[in-house]
Design a protein around this ligand. Structure first.
Ligand code: SIN
Ligand code: CO
Length: 379
C-alpha cells in the first residue's frame, strides 16, 4: 500500500483515494500550528456536568477510567494519563479554525471536535472506531500506528475501555504540531505520547439503519405519511396458511412509499441537522423590530459555538430551507444569498449581501437569537 504519507494535500485526491478507503498521514497540513486551547481549558470543561469528558490512566499496566465531571484531578490523573473532552467546538469558539480546512466534507457528516491532552507515554490503547477521524496534532509529539481492518480480538482492560490486540501497523509515524493522521472507520490505531501532547480529533458521523428508522418512526408518530395495509380484490389462494409474495411485496411497498414521502425527506433533514445543542433562550426576548434596527445600524451577528446550519436549495425534490439543530426555516429563492450568508457561519451584518434583507430573513435571525443559536458578535 503506497502513498500513506502525503507531503502536499489535495482535496480531490484525498476524496477519491483516501476518504473512507485508507488512512493517510498529512505532514504540515496546518503550517505554523498554534494551539487554540491548553490542558487548563480542557480541565475547566471537564468539571462541567453537561460536558462529556473522561480521564484514561495507566499505572504500571493497570488501566482506569474516570468519567466526567471530574472533581478530583489528583485522584484521576495517575500514572500516564489522557484527559479527553468531547464536543469542544460547542463550548470554545476559538477551536473552529481547526475544523474549517475539512469543510470539503459536508457539515451534516461532521460530529464534533474531541480534544485530548496526554502525558508522556500515555494513550488510550490500540482500538477501533466506527467513524472517520482526522487526528490533528497540537503541541507535543505522538507516535501513531495504524493497521488494516480485520477481526481482532477485543479486550476490555477496564469496563469502560475497549481495546484490541495484535495489529500490524502499516503506518508508524511520529507527528508534530500541524500534522494530521486520517483514520477511516474500522482501521485499528494506537497513539503513544512521546512528549506531553494535545490531539484534536475531528470526528464524523454516519447514521445506521436503526437511526434512520428512528427518524421514520418519529415522522409516522406525528401522523405524517401514515398508511394502513389494505387488499381489495384479493386473488383467491389455495390454502389460508400460505403467504403470497404479492402480500409481502405490498407490505414492503407501503413502507417504501412512506420513505419516499416528502414528510420523510423533512424528517431526515431535521435529523441530519440535529446537533444535540441545548437551546439557551434569551432571558429577555428580542423583537423583530429591535433586530431590524440593529441590523440596519450595522451590528454584527454570528452563530453560537459549534452551531452549523444546513441548506437545501429547492432542487431535485428537496425543499428550499435552512435547518438548524433540527428546526426548519423556509425561505424564498430571492432570500438565498442572505440565508447562505447565515449558514456559512461567518460574521453577518448588513454589508454581507447586496439586496436589503427580507422580512423572512430578519424574522429567522430574530428566532435564532432568541433560542441562543445565533449571538451578537463583538469582534
Ligand atoms: C486520543 O486523542 O488520545 C484518542 C483519539 C483516538 O484514537 O480516537
Ligand atoms: Co480512535
Amino acid at each position: 500500500m503506497n502513498n500513506l504519507y502525503l507531503e502536499h494535500f489535495d482535496r480531490d485526491t484525498f476524496l477519491s483515494e483516501y476518504w473512507q478507503q485508507k488512512p493517510v498521514v498529512i505532514k504540515r497540513f496546518f503550517p505554523n500550528f498554534v494551539d487554540p486551547v491548553d490542558e487548563n481549558d480542557l480541565a475547566g470543561l471537564a468539571q462541567e456536568a453537561e460536558v462529556d469528558s473522561r480521564i484514561v490512566s495507566n499505572t504500571n499496566g493497570q488501566w482506569d477510567v474516570a468519567q466526567g465531571p471530574i472533581e478530583d484531578f489528583d485522584q484521576a490523573c495517575k500514572g500516564q494519563w489522557t484527559l479527553l473532552v468531547q464536543g469542544v467546538d460547542k463550548y470554545i469558539q476559538d477551536v473552529a479554525p481547526i475544523m474549517t480546512p475539512f469543510n470539503f466534507i459536508p457539515h451534516w457528516r461532521l460530529d464534533d471536535l474531541m480534544v485530548s491532552y496526554a502525558t508522556q507515554g500515555a494513550g488510550v490503547g490500540a482500538h477501533i472506531d466506527q467513524y472517520d477521524v482526522f487526528l490533528v496534532q497540537g503541541k507535543g509529539k505522538r507516535r501513531w500506528r495504524v493497521g488494516k481492518p480485520d477481526n481482532y480480538a477485543e479486550i476490555l482492560p477496564h469496563p469502560k475501555l475497549r481495546q484490541i490486540e495484535g495489529f500490524e501497523p502499516i503506518i508508524d509515524v511520529v507527528v508534530e504540531p500541524g500534522d494530521v493522521v486520517y483514520v477511516p472507520p474500522g482501521w485499528p490505531h494506537d497513539g503513544e505520547t512521546i512528549a506531553d501532547s494535545l490531539t484534536y480529533s475531528v470526528g464524523y458521523r454516519a447514521p445506521d439503519n436503526l437511526q434512520l428508522a428512528e427518524s421514520l418512526a418519529m415522522m409516522l408518530d406525528r401522523g405524517e405519511a401514515q398508511n394502513r395495509y389494505s387488499d381489495p380484490k384479493r386473488a383467491p389462494q389455495r390454502a389460508p396458511y400460505l403467504v403470497s409474495q404479492n402480500d409481502v411485496t405490498a407490505l414492503k411497498l407501503q413502507l417504501i412509499n412512506a420513505i419516499n414521502s416528502d414528510d420523510f425527506t423533512l424528517a431526515l433533514l431535521e435529523a441530519m441537522s440535529e446537533q444535540g445543542i441545548p437551546e439557551y433562550p434569551l432571558d429577555t426576548e428580542v423583537t423583530l423590530q429591535q433586530v431590524s434596527n440593529e441590523f440596519a445600524a450595522g451590528i454584527s451577528f454570528a452563530p453560537a459555538p459549534g452551531v452549523r446550519a444546513l441548506i437545501t436549495e429547492g432542487k431535485h425534490g428537496l425543499p428550499r430551507a435552512m435547518f438548524v439543530n433540527g428546526t426548519q426555516f423556509n425561505f424564498a429563492k430571492t432570500d438565498s444569498e442572505w440565508f447562505e450568508a447565515l449558514a456559512s457561519g461567518n460574521v453577518l451584518n448588513a454589508t454581507c449581501c447586496q439586496d436589503a434583507p427580507s422580512f423572512t430573513f430578519l424574522k429567522t435571525l430574530t428566532t435564532l437569537l432568541n433560542n441562543g443559536y445565533w449571538e451578537w458578535y463583538e469582534g
